[in-house]
Ligand binder design. Structure first.
Ligand SMILES: C[S@@+](CC[C@H](N)C(=O)[O-])C[C@H]1O[C@@H](n2cnc3c(N)ncnc32)[C@H](O)[C@@H]1O
Length: 290
């Protein structure tokens, strides 16, 4: 059984209203993405079918209603769809892995600005989660030699699967960033990291983050959230060659505290960078050439 073409619009309108009532931000966009997913097509194709007056079957409509019901309980859209876009790639995500955020795309720009396409330059992504930064770097600059390190076994499995599905030759290792890559000290050109940095005790407002992003991906291990980031930076310092670059994301409230801590720790050329919304979100720092 299918609903009439006007029913597609009505289906989207009613889902948008239900999602908005449940407090879902971007309710209209989510409704479109969920209907496209339930129908097994892209949003562009969904819009084309709507224009042509094609109607979804009762089965598709049923799947869509179930997805909207779940989204109303604030299950992340990306978990329902099973993927998240990051720069030019699509990453598989689900329970047990941090959903990559648009603001993290800035880190890839900062790494590429440093290295250009320098063949064979060695980059490590510490705390890789889904593999977002490492895989985007390899996708955009195939001549880079890219390694990724992740502590959590579930997240590591998502990253390994993403590398395989995308066909990208990135080494994906499991273990703590703080002791990563023994034997490779002093060799790397860039260490990039989006570590956990939320101050302990701070509870994220959005239920999608609070209830679905793994705690190990969120909390920085101290009241200021900087214990883990600074431990990661210490290991980055060991691993970089003199003159090598650290690129690290931080909370917008850490735009002074993290750069200051890195300067105190002996890094040079410490600079902070803003995201597209003008918030301080990433720091770069160079390992001193003795
Ligand atoms: C904020 S998430 C970032 C994930 C990914 N880099 C991104 O930008 O989407 C932080 C990640 O660090 C991992 N992590 C936490 N502590 C770690 C540690 N000590 N060593 C390595 N990875 C760690 C978490 O499991 C999580 O996947």
């Amino acid at each position: 059984m299918s609903v009439p073409a006007a029913g597609v619009r009505a289906l989207l309108a009613s889902a948008t209203e239900r999602l908005a009532t449940a407090g879902v931000p971007s309710a209209g966009t989510d409704a479109q993405l969920l209907l496209a997913h339930a129908w097994g097509v892209s949003v562009g194709e969904l819009q084309r079918r709507q224009l042509l007056g094609e109607a979804p079957s009762a089965e598709v409509e049923g799947r869509f209603t179930d997805l909207v019901d779940e989204r109303m309980t604030r299950v992340p859209l990306q978990h329902l769809i099973g993927s998240a876009p990051f720069r030019g790639i699509e990453l598989h995500v689900g329970p047990g892995v941090f959903i990559p955020r648009p603001e993290t795309e800035l880190l890839v720009d900062l790494v590429l600005a440093e290295l250009g396409g320098r063949p064979g330059a060695q980059v490590v992504d510490l705390c890789t989660g889904s593999g977002a930064i490492a895989l985007a770097l390899k996708h955009e600059s195939p001549s880079l030699s890219v390694t990724a390190v992740e502590l959590d076994p579930l997240a590591h499995a998502w990253a390994a699967r993403n590398a395989q599905l995308l066909g990208l030759d990135v080494e994906i290792l499991q273990g703590p960033a703080e002791s990563a890559l023994p034997g490779r000290e002093g060799r790397l050109d860039v260490v990039v990291s989006n570590p956990p940095y939320i101050p302990v005790g701070m509870v994220p407002i959005d239920p999608e983050v609070r209830d679905h992003d793994p705690e190990v991906a969120l909390y920085g291990g101290s009241d200021d959230g900087l214990r883990i980031p600074l431990a990661v930076a210490r290991r980055a310092h060991d691993l970089l060659r003199p003159g090598g670059l650290l690129v690290m994301e931080h909370a917008d409230s850490q735009g002074d505290s993290l750069p200051n801590a890195l300067t105190r720790a002996g890094w040079s050329d410490v600079a902070d960078h803003q995201d597209l919304a003008g918030r301080p979100r990433a720091v770069t720092a160079t390992k001193l050439i003795e």
